[in-house]
Design a protein around this ligand. Structure first.
Ligand SMILES: NC(=O)C1=CN([C@@H]2O[C@H](COP(=O)(O)OP(=O)(O)OC[C@H]3O[C@@H](n4cnc5c(N)ncnc54)[C@H](OP(=O)(O)O)[C@@H]3O)[C@@H](O)[C@H]2O)C=CC1
Ligand SMILES: O=C(O)CCCC(=O)O
Length: 489
């Protein structure tokens, strides 16, 4: 039985892809893709299984739309983006319901994500008007040196299932503000949020072909986006494994790339931390989206003097969390995305317990709810030998490592190939600066567990990726710098 989310505007729930202003149902890569609600396992509907042919058509449509879109003034593009941000806000409840139905996160979190999406689009509407060039003092008397910034051209964007709306917002907002056109491929498990964006882009008056949205065969779509010479940039959020593969493919035609990949975020609690604040921050840094966020804490590093108190408080707060269907009032943790995600959390728990970990709470599939629901889990006495020390769990597992001093905390925190987000709690100002400067990460939260905002740059170092999204820096990746030398003056 098909169970669409109850919407005020059912037309936002689309089962077709958007190519050059046409909604099409082509499925050249195989049978349409079934989309299920991860909370109930029920079928929400099907979407087209597009392949290389549809991708090539979408790229051609984006390329055809590019000259007129780049010719618009920044203020005209800003008008479209502002209208889009307003439409997202006006339809927030429906967009949040679609998001919860396909992704599982609690409705309050889905509303937050949709609100953040509107904020990104609004931000880029404003920022697009400030793409300034430079005039550089010339080393020649009779020449002038001008620097201008041009849109790169057609952008290929591939987005993940954990933030089906805001990951589109960061990419589409920046691309359109810069004057680029875009082909978007959302995750197959969460395509409906993306397709709803297509409806709203049309309503915002964004011309046909500027935004194209494809659902379908990831490898085929990825292969076409990364090899087609009309595409000038690839932007991706997802696993490090796929990101590396796409970067390799894109290198063959020297496309620009932005890669927002996996993390292994440490959350350090020093003895001098404000314990209430640290536990509060830990809960959001660990359990937002059921732990399925690339900036979610993967490892808690706790100093020995505060270890037992922190462990006891975190376990108590974790045990009190209401797990359930995201549509249910009061639920703070929904299901994981699928059985594979549940199995990975189970593996990490079994490995940790086999290597001496001590279970403080949780540890199992949710006893009452079953399916993809998992108990918030805290494990003490974690060690670097455990899988959880190295691999991203992407689920509601909080392992607690113990450290003696600041140097050891920094060493443990940096002992990973990832470098996306990290957090630490201290009341010592000197330590706040020392540790923040020593941490090899793109994002640092000091006494804060949730730091994402459209005004700050989001992105990692090391194998967590390249490029930044959001903020004034988030537009740079969609621009080429041009040096113009005016001679004979
Ligand atoms: N940085 C982050 O925010 C995210 C990190 N992850 C990490 O990755 C792990 C696995 O999650 P998973 O969903 O498999 O992530 P993937 O990296 O496989 O998926 C992300 C996106 O890439 C697409 N994709 C997958 N393979 C290819 C390919 N060969 N060419 C082009 N596009 C491709 C997916 O499409 P399709 O859905 O059709 O397969 C989806 O749109 C998670 O457990 C987590 O550790 C996952 C998601 C987000
Ligand atoms: O998991 C991600 O890739 C993005 C996280 C966005 C956020 O922090 O809201």
């Amino acid at each position: 039985m098909q169970t669409e989310p109850q919407l005020k505007r059912p037309d936002l729930f689309r089962s077709a892809i958007l190519i050059g202003g046409e909604w099409v149902k082509d499925s050249s890569a195989g049978e349409p893709i079934a989309v299920v609600d991860p909370a109930t396992g029920r079928l929400l509907g099907t979407v087209p299984n597009a392949g290389r042919a549809e991708t090539a058509r979408a790229i051609e449509a984006a390329d055809a739309a590019f000259p007129a879109w780049r010719e618009k003034t920044a203020a005209e593009r800003a008008d479209h983006l502002r209208r889009l941000a307003q439409l997202i806000t006006d339809n927030k409840e429906d967009l949040a319901r679609i998001l919860t139905a396909e992704q599982g996160k609690p409705l309050a979190e889905a509303r937050g994500e949709v609100g953040m999406s509107a904020a990104y689009v609004q931000w880029f509407a404003e920022e697009g008007r400030r793409i300034y060039g430079d005039v550089i003092p010339s080393p020649w008397q009779n020449r002038r040196i001008l620097i201008t910034k041009d849109p790169v051209g057609v952008v290929g964007a591939i987005t993940p299932w954990n933030f089906p709306s805001s990951m589109i917002a960061r990419k589409l907002g920046a691309a359109l503000a810069a004057g680029c056109t875009i082909v978007i491929k959302p995750a197959s498990q969460t395509p409906y949020s993306a397709l709803a964006w297509g409806v709203l882009c049309e309503e915002a008056g964004i011309p046909a072909g500027v935004v194209n949205i494809l659902t379908g065969a990831a490898r085929q779509i990825g292969a076409e986006l990364t090899s087609n010479p009309l595409v000038k940039k690839i932007t991706f959020t997802g696993s490090t494994e796929v990101g590396k593969q796409l970067a390799e493919q894109a290198a063959r035609t020297m496309k620009k790339v932005s890669m927002e990949l996996g993390g292994n975020a440490p959350f350090i609690v020093f003895d001098d931390a404000d314990l209430d604040r640290a536990v509060e921050g830990a809960m959001v840094a660990k359990y937002r989206n059921a732990g399925q966020t690339c900036v979610c804490t993967n490892r808690f590093l706790v100093q020995e003097g505060i270890y037992d108190a922190f462990a006891e408080r975190l376990a108590r707060a974790s045990a009190a969390m209401k797990v359930g269907n995201g549509f249910e009032e009061g639920v703070v943790q929904g299901p994981l995305i699928d059985e594979r995600a549940v199995a990975k959390v189970e593996e990490h728990i079994a490995d940790a317990l086999a290597k001496g970990g001590r279970l403080l709470t949780g540890g199992r599939r949710h006893q009452g709810l079953g399916g993809n629901f998992f108990e918030p889990t805290v494990i003490a006495d974690a060690t670097p030998a455990m899988a959880v020390a190295r691999e991203e769990t992407f689920g509601p597992l909080a392992p607690l490592f113990r450290f003696r001093d600041e140097a050891e905390a920094v060493r443990l925190a940096n002992d990973t190939e990832y470098g996306l987000a990290c957090y630490f709690y201290t009341r010592d100002l000197g330590r706040a600066f020392r540790v923040s400067e020593a941490l090899e990460y793109g994002l640092v939260g000091i006494n804060e567990g949730l730091i994402t905002t459209e005004v700050a740059p989001f992105g990692g170092v090391k194998e967590s990726g390249v490029g930044r999204e959001g903020s004034k820096y988030g537009i740079d990746d969609y621009l080429n710098i041009k040096y113009v030398c005016v001679g004979g003056l």
